[in-house]
Design a protein around this ligand. Structure first.
Ligand SMILES: NC(=O)c1ccc[n+]([C@@H]2O[C@H](COP(=O)([O-])OP(=O)(O)OC[C@H]3O[C@@H](n4cnc5c(N)ncnc54)[C@H](O)[C@@H]3O)[C@@H](O)[C@H]2O)c1
Ligand SMILES: O=c1ccn([C@@H]2O[C@H](COP(=O)(O)OP(=O)(O)O[C@H]3O[C@H](CO)[C@H](O)[C@H](O)[C@H]3O)[C@@H](O)[C@H]2O)c(=O)[nH]1
Length: 329
């Protein structure tokens, strides 16, 4: 089996993808600075390098020593709020470093990349569900930093033959089905882990950011995608690149949205616990509804969400949080 280099493989989505790659007998090398990731999230079968994607010398050595064939590139900063305060950090850490990383890889003869993009590239969409051909006008530096990387791929393909698939994730959630790994962000901003931390008594209440949106219950609607389904999308994308599928961007979502209240109600049902709720004001930059159109990935990659019903997402996340109340520590 070919060797796959996974940048950011100690992070939330990266570690679940590494687990899936190892289950399929790929050889996996993880490169992660551990700035937000966890050494304990990386399965022992993967070779681990602690280092930064900007370290060209290290990358050159990894590619040579392990005969890397393709890369899955997760490593990034991904806090929308932080990106509004420090846009320069996001353009450096995400856009500039990715460009350097990909140049180094191309120089070493690695020309296949699966890239973590985001629904945040769309900004405030004019159509719902959102298709890949919708306009991309990000409304925060995080989304802009990712959009710029996608745009660079087009030119790198013309000049150097880069083959690329950008997966635009909607809301990643859930944990591995065997309970071994899960979501552990030190600065947690995502709804589902925060709701479950509230159920565990680690937070006093879950704030509902905005109750006056143009949705049936007034709270924002999002398309939650199970991290195990996301991992599978990466494997199919790798296989598609091997078969010379055309490069491009693909949504990864379910096509179905749930409101913040629906998520909290499901968490109450799954945990059997009371979860105190506080209605709060809107968070800046949250669109009413974000739901993916998923025909493209279903048709071209043969991918279909298998575990992304809300109950499975929250049950697996709950199993992880209950057994690891302090995360990987
Ligand atoms: N979580 C989501 O809902 C979501 C949605 C859309 C897109 N994404 C994207 O998916 C990717 C993974 O997200 P996540 O939630 O797993 O985040 P995460 O923070 O858990 O994982 C990112 C990993 O990259 C590592 N890293 C960061 N900068 C690095 C660098 N310069 N060199 C080496 N390693 C570095 C971190 O230590 C961490 O392990 C990111 O690119 C993110 O922007 C996430
Ligand atoms: O304590 C909280 C946290 C979140 N929310 C709400 O829950 C929904 C989901 O919020 P998340 O922070 O979990 O996720 P986002 O939709 O903001 O962000 C996700 O989707 C984005 C695409 O728009 C990016 O891809 C980003 O990286 C990814 O985390 C939003 O309406 C948010 O306002 C709350 O009500 N209370």
């Amino acid at each position: 089996m070919p060797t796959i280099l996974v940048s950011g493989g100690a992070g939330y989505i990266g570690s679940h993808t590494v687990q899936a790659l190892i289950e399929r007998a790929f050889k996996v090398v993880v490169l992660d600075s551990l700035i937000t990731g966890h050494r304990g999230a990386v399965p022992s079968q993967a070779i681990f390098y602690e280092g930064d994607i900007s370290d060209a010398e290290l990358i050159g050595r990894i590619v040579k020593d392990h005969q890397v064939e393709a890369v899955i590139h997760f490593a990034a900063r991904s806090l929308v709020g932080e990106s509004m305060l420090k846009p320069d950090l996001y353009f450096y850490e995400n856009t500039a470093k990715s460009n350097g990383f990909i140049s180094t890889l191309l120089r070493q003869g690695v020309n296949k990349i699966v890239f973590s993009s985001t629904a945040a590239t769309y900004g405030v969409p004019e159509e719902m569900p959102i298709s890949e051909s919708a306009k991309t006008e990000p409304i925060n530096p995080y989304g802009a930093s990712k959009r710029m990387i996608e745009q660079s791929f087009y030119w790198l393909e013309q000049a150097y033959g880069l083959k690329w698939i950008a997966l635009r994730y909607f809301n990643a959630a859930g944990a591995s089905l065997d309970g071994s790994i899960g979501e552990d962000h030190t600065s947690e901003t995502h709804l589902i882990p925060l709701v479950l931390k509230t159920a565990l008594g680690q937070r006093e209440a879950i704030s509902v950011f905005g109750t006056d949106y143009s949705t049936p219950d007034g709270t924002c609607i999002r398309d939650y995608i199970h991290v195990v389904d996301l991992a599978e999308a990466h494997i199919l994308a790798l296989e598609a690149l091997e078969k010379d599928l055309e490069s491009g961007a693909y949504n990864v979502g379910t096509g179905k949205g749930y409101s913040v209240r629906e998520v909290i109600d499901m968490a109450k049902k799954v945990t059997g616990l009371e979860i105190p709720v506080l209605d709060a004001s809107r968070r800046v930059g949250d669109p009413d509804i974000l739901v993916a159109k998923v025909e493209k990935i279903e048709k071209s990659l043969g991918w279909k969400a298998q575990h992304s019903d809300l109950k499975t997402i929250i049950s697996t996340a709950w199993q992880w949080h209950k057994c690891h109340p302090l995360g990987y520590e």
